[in-house]
Design a protein around this ligand. Structure first.
Ligand code: ZN
Length: 449
């Protein structure tokens, strides 16, 4: 994993290798700024030569992949074709907590509802008395946007990023509408085939059109068979499981679905639905794109079909971080087999100071202040306990107690009752938990993909 480097005045320089960082630290030329993502500051350098760096994002509902790559271009001497090369420097996976936010808000709503209706007289429900501002997103989605932007800003402080890439849509409607390239005959290896497949998976909801089977390999199926003059346009295509595809074979759909007129009608209508209606516009991704544009950096967008096309062509396993590296127009990706920093959004603790039983009645009260003996819940600490049952070194996130007897969430499990005086701060809580994932197990990841 590349190490982020800052100059004497804390401005970003090009990231360096781990080996170089170790040498700089050993010789006393640099100091450690952060452990995750690992950052050093040079004590004797101001400014330096910079190369173009691109931060690539693959926003997902639960995990967003981040890939920081160095860009270069090579020109084929004979054909004059320009090839876009990428060297992977740093990979991260940002795990969002949308579900936790949603649950917490639902819980709060239920408590309030119960509390207010418990002893008050009946009041007629009020409605139509609230407005939402333009571009409002539900809190769980707003959080996704905020944390992603937060990491873009953080990485910009650590590395001289000059461009951004984002996966915006699942498939590129432009590629589908041109009948010349939308045929399935291109499905093996050609970009358009991947766009067609993503489009079909989205419009047919990832299930067999005939029997409704999910979670199994789906094949592209011609509604009017090719043998009967059916075309390769997307309006004649659907998805079917292997069994249905073979059962239908060369029959016309009217014959095949003789006994299911309702299903026949539904499939015919859905196949003819115009493209625009089917193109799922994902509010969060668009909001993210607009926010990324406001950084002033050039933003490239790509489709999910193209990401998959790149990943398959370059024989790269499927992980969130590597998907990010494959976003957009790229010809080669080098040095992608690197460890990944797992970044888990943990929040900064609960706003509510009252703990409750399951039924919502108060059970106890939390401290009014967050800091105890210089520590705060979520701080990354190492505790060296010299004697006793818990003797040893414990490293992890700390949960503080008023008494000064803390809990430490170590990778092996939570250790309870560690005195504050044994603890030593590694990194302050910043709303995220960090873990280093080893290099992707190439074989296993490939099988999963
Ligand atoms: Zn089927």
């Amino acid at each position: 994993m590349a190490v982020f480097v800052l100059d004497k005045q804390k401005r970003p320089l090009m990231p360096c290798t781990e080996k170089r960082a170790r040498l700089l630290l050993e010789r006393g030329r640099a100091v450690v700024v952060r452990l995750a993502p690992f950052t050093i500051r040079l004590k004797d350098r101001i400014g330096g030569a910079l190369q173009p760096l691109r931060l690539k994002l693959d926003p997902g509902s639960r995990v967003t992949g981040l890939a920081l790559v160095r860009e270069s271009e090579t020109c084929d001497r004979e054909t004059g074709a320009v090839e876009r090369l990428e060297h992977g420097l740093w990979f991260g996976e940002l795990v969002h907590r949308g579900q936790a936010i949603r649950e917490a808000l639902t819980l709060r709503r239920h408590y309030r509802r119960a509390r207010r209706s418990r002893k008050t007289r009946y009041r007629a429900p009020r409605f139509l008395n609230r407005t939402r501002r333009e571009g409002w997103l539900p809190p769980s989605l707003q959080h996704r946007l905020d944390t992603t932007l937060n990491w873009v800003a953080r990485l910009r402080r650590l590395a001289p990023i000059t461009a951004l890439s984002q996966e915006l849509v699942r498939f590129d409607t432009q590629a589908l509408q041109n009948p010349e390239i939308s045929g399935v005959e291109y499905q093996q290896g050609e970009l358009a085939g991947y766009e067609v497949r993503e489009y079909l998976l989205e419009t047919w909801r990832r299930r067999c059109a005939y029997c409704g089977a999910t979670d199994m390999p789906l094949e592209i199926e011609h509604i009017v068979p090719r043998a009967r003059g059916g075309s390769d346009r997307v309006s004649n295509l659907t998805l079917a499981c292997r069994a249905c595809n073979q059962r239908k074979a060369n029959q016309s759909i009217e014959d095949f679905l003789k006994r299911q007129p309702a299903l026949l009608h539904q499939i015919q209508v859905q196949a003819q639905a115009p493209l625009q209606d089917a193109a799922v516009v994902n509010a969060t991704r668009w909001a993210l794109l607009n926010a990324l544009k406001s950084t002033g950096l050039p933003v490239e967008t790509g489709s999910g079909g193209r990401t998959k096309f790149n990943r398959t062509r370059l024989d790269i396993p499927k992980t969130h971080a590597l998907d990010a590296a494959c976003v957009g127009a790229v010809d080669q990706v080098r040095d992608w087999n690197r460890p990944v920093l797992a970044i888990r959004a943990t929040g900064r603790g609960a706003y509510s100071r009252t703990r409750t039983f399951n039924n919502g009645f108060p059970r106890g009260y939390l401290m009014r202040h967050k800091r105890v003996n210089g520590f705060q819940t979520g701080d990354w600490v190492s505790a060296v306990v010299p004697t006793g049952k818990k003797a040893g070194v414990h490293i992890g996130r700390v949960a503080v107690r008023q008494t000064g007897s803390f809990n430490i969430q170590a990778p092996a499990g939570t250790v309870q009752g560690i005195a504050y005086r044994h603890c030593c701060l590694i990194q302050r809580a910043d709303g995220y938990g960090y873990a280093f994932q080893p290099k992707p197990d190439t074989e296993e990841a490939r099988r999963a993909a």
